[in-house]
Design a protein. Structure first.
Ligand SMILES: *Cc1c(COP(=O)(O)O)cnc(C)c1O
Length: 387
């Protein structure tokens, strides 16, 4: 057994990030300013999006993007139950009704055929989530959106660096929302980015993120600006700070290496678990793609065991292996069970995954020996708890 606890995720922060944050702290300017602009430009050019708006979180990005898309009361938004609650919470918070479509059993991404069946005349938008960093079938989603005149909002929280048929997520003809929370592929502490090809939409999100102020605050205090400003709509306060962007600038430069390291660990897991009967490894997609491997999320066939998934995670912890839960299906959470109940058994693939999924350790600093320890611990726990 491992002597030291292996957490399921640790951010990879180097001396460059630390020095850049210190530079902000010493500079006299710590909130939104030149470093946010540098990060925004670098991110835009990395994903290939003409417009990007840096924010305090992806949750804020989802909310503001939906507001900018005009999604509100009376509208239905089709999305997946296998996501972090924020995706669906924000649909509720803009006053719309979330409609959950079942997932594909292998990739755990939203099943486009199931999404089609959920479309009504009130459906305004479709919100796919690139689960764990595996891109959804965007051609099929765009075709559906064209057929029913829907807006497409990609929850790309897992998909920084994901590619779909040779194109980076963020560059497609939609709106994409990325997250830089510490467990995501790159981090700014907390942070998010909205990317789009639609200039007006980017402008609207930009206004909503900072009081509805027509000019960026830092320009007001610079030599070129004037202290005067106009409020052109009642906005929120979810701008990214320079001390966050200071991290992001260097994280982004390391992203491709991070993804390579994550892919190596994922490949080791896939290989090791493909012959383990009680573990269902994540499926690849049939189309050309680059998986960003934000998470490694196998399903445990608990029907073959004497313990449930939570018991399985507790047993792994005893072996000094940390795990995460991404995710319990949204409709299983108390608020959603009570306020937006779905008929029992109507989302069978999500129900199946929700009870069996767990996230094994996956982060760039992990070694192959760490990953081998995880495999050994999983096999040990399975052997101890077979029916
Ligand atoms: C992490 C996450 C979010 C929220 O991101 P924050 O930056 O923490 O607000 C939204 N959707 C999904 C699928 C996520 O995993």
């Amino acid at each position: 057994m491992r002597k030291e606890f292996l957490p399921f995720s640790i951010p990879t922060i180097g001396e460059e990030e630390i020095a850049e944050v210190v530079d902000s702290l010493r500079s006299g300017w710590i909130t939104t300013g030149p470093k946010v602009k540098i990060f925004e430009d670098a991110f835009k050019s990395y994903v290939g999006a003409p417009f990007a708006v840096p924010l305090s979180s992806a949750t804020a990005g989802l909310q503001l993007a939906m507001m900018a898309l005009g999604i509100g009361p009376g509208d239905e938004v089709v999305t997946t139950p296998m996501t972090f609650a924020a995706t669906v919470n924000m649909i509720v918070r803009v006053g719309a009704t979330p409609v959950l479509a079942d997932i594909e059993p292998g990739t755990l991404n939203m099943d486009v055929a199931a999404a089609r069946e959920k479309i009504t005349e009130r459906t305004k938008a479709i919100v796919p989530v690139h689960f764990a960093g595996l891109p959804c079938d965007m051609d099929a989603i765009f075709a559906l959106a064209r057929e029913f005149n829907l807006r497409v909002l990609e929850d790309a929280a897992h998909a920084v660096g994901t590619e779909y048929r040779g194109k980076r997520i963020g560059s497609l003809d939609s709106v994409s929302v990325f997250s830089f929370h510490p467990i995501k592929n790159i981090t700014t502490g907390e942070g998010g980015m909205v990317c789009t090809r639609d200039e007006k939409l980017a402008e609207e999100v930009s206004l909503l993120k900072f009081h509805g102020m027509s000019r960026e605050a830092w320009k007001r205090y610079s030599a070129q600006g004037t202290p005067n400003y106009d409020i052109v709509l009642p906005g929120f306060k979810c701008n990214m700070m320079d001390i966050q962007a200071a991290l992001g600038i260097h994280q982004l430069a390391k992203l491709d290496r991070f993804i390579e390291q994550r892919s190596g660990i994922a490949a080791l897991y896939n290989e090791a678990f493909s012959s383990v009967e009680e573990i269902i490894i994540p499926s690849a997609a049939a189309y050309d793609h680059r998986h960003a491997w934000h998470l490694y999320t196998p399903l445990v066939r608990i029907e073959e065991l004497t313990i449930d998934r939570d018991g399985f995670m507790a047993e792994l912890k005893k072996e000094n292996i940390g795990t995460g839960l991404h995710f319990k299906a949204v409709h299983h959470h108390p608020w959603y069970r009570e306020n937006l109940p779905v008929p029992a058994g109507s989302l069978p693939n999500a129900d199946y995954a929700s009870d069996r999924i767990l996230s094994l350790p996956l982060f760039p600093k992990m070694t192959m020996e760490d990953a081998a320890d995880v495999v050994e611990a999983v096999k040990k726990v399975l052997a101890r708890n077979r029916r």
